[in-house]
Design a protein around this ligand. Sequence first.
Ligand code: FAD
Ligand code: UDP
Length: 390
Amino acid sequence: SSLDFDLVVVGSGFFGLTIAERAASDGHRVIVIDRRDHIGGNAYSHRDPDTGIEVHNYGAHLFHTSNRTVWEYVNRFTSFTSYQHRVHTNHHGVVYPLPINLGTINQFFASAHSPEEARRLIAEQASEFTIADARNLEEKAIALIGRPLYEAFIRDYTAKQWQTDPTELPAEVISRLPVRYTYDSRYFNDAFEGLPVDGYTAWIERMADHPLIEVRLGTDFFDESQPINKAAVVGTLPVVYTGPVDRYFDYAAGPLGWRTLDFTSEVVPVPDFQGTPVMNYADADVPYTRIHEFRHFHPEREEYPKDRTIIMREYSRFAEADDEPYYPVNTPDDRSKLLQYREMQASQPDVLFGGRLGTYQYLDMHMAIGSALTQYANKVAPMLSGSPSA
Ligand code: FAD
Ligand code: UDP
C-alpha cells in the first residue's frame, strides 16, 4: 500500500534527514516528504549553470561546531575544506574587520592601542551601562563596546536586520557578540569548521541515499490530494514533523512572527568583486545588510571562472503569510503562543516536532543535526521498536 513505511518524516532539511538516515540505518522504512522541489531545506545549494560557482540559495551557510559527536557524524557524508569564516563591514565608506577586535578598534580610533589600553578606552566609553543591568540590545551593546563603536557598527545594522528599534530588542540578540582584544578576526570560536568539499547538495544527497529511504518532493503534508498527508497518517504511523508548528495546528493560537530575507543575485563581469566572502553594510542609507560573493567560499576550486563572479545582496524584513520563515522574532506574544502550541503537542503522542520551524527556534546546522541525533535516540528509536517513550 502507499503507507508501506515505518516512519514519516515531514521536511528534508538537516533535522529531517538526520532522523531518516538514523532510522534507515536501524532497518526501518522511511518516507521523507518536502513541499519544495529540492532536498536539503535551507542548506540547499546549486552550481550556477553559467559560471559553475556554488550558490547557497537561502543565504550563505557556514558549517562550524564544537560537538565532536556531530562532527564525526557529518564526516560520514562529506569531507570539509579548511575554510575559516571572516567578515568585514563597510561604515561611511571605510572597511573594518568584524567581529569587533583590536584591529577594528585601532582602525576606528586611528590608534595603536595595546590590548590593555584598548580595554581601558572601551571601559570608559561603556560606563553608561553595566552588562548586568542592561535592559535591551542597545544598553547591552553599549555596555560591551561603548557608544561610538555601537553607533558605527551595531545600531543601524541591527535596525535594518530587525526593523525594530534596538531599545526594543532583547539583550540576548547581541550577547554572543564577541569583542576581542587581540587581532583574531575569526567569526566563529568553534573547534571544527569548514565547508563541504563537494558542496552542500552532495552531502545532503548522501544522507538520503539509502535503500530504505524514499524521498517525495513537491509534496505538502497538508495537501490531502496526496497520500502522505496529516489526516491520512497521524495516528497510523509515527511522524517527525519539521514544518512550522503553528501551521500544524491550523494557527489555532495565532501565527508566530518570523523574519524573512530577500536575496538578489547577479553575475558581475570582474574576476573579484569585493575580495572576501561577506561584506556587511553598517549604515542606514544602504538598504541591504550584506553582500555575499560565493567564489570566496571555495578558494580551492580551480575550475571557477577567472572573469566572472556571483554576488548576492541580502535584505531583511518581516515575513508575510507566503514568505519563507527564516528567523523567529520571539516577542513576548510569540513566546506565549508557542507555549500554547507546546500544550497542543501533548495531544499528538505519535507526532514529534523538531528542527527550526517545528520548535520555533533559531538553530545552526550543527544544532539541528545534534538535536535530531538526540531525538532519534531518545524518542524515535523507542517508538519504532514498539515501545513508545511518551
Ligand atoms: P529546514 O532546513 O528549514 O528544513 C525544513 C524543511 O521542511 C524545508 O525543506 C521545508 O520545505 C519543509 N517543509 C515545511 N513545511 C512543510 C510541509 N507542510 N510539507 C512538507 N515539507 C515541509 N546554520 C549554520 O550552521 N551556519 C550558517 O551559516 C547558517 N546560515 C543560515 C542562514 C540563513 C538565512 C538561515 C535561514 C539559516 C541559516 N543556518 C545556518 C541554519 C540552517 O539553515 C538550519 O540549521 C537548518 O536549515 C535547520 O534544518 P531544519 O531541518 O530544522 O530546517
Ligand atoms: N550585528 C551588527 N552588525 C554587524 C553584524 C551583526 O549589529 O555587522 C548584530 C545584529 O544585531 C545581528 C546580530 O549582531 O542581528 C547577530 O549577527 P550575526 O551575523 O551573527 O547573525 P546572522 O545574521 O548571521 O544570523
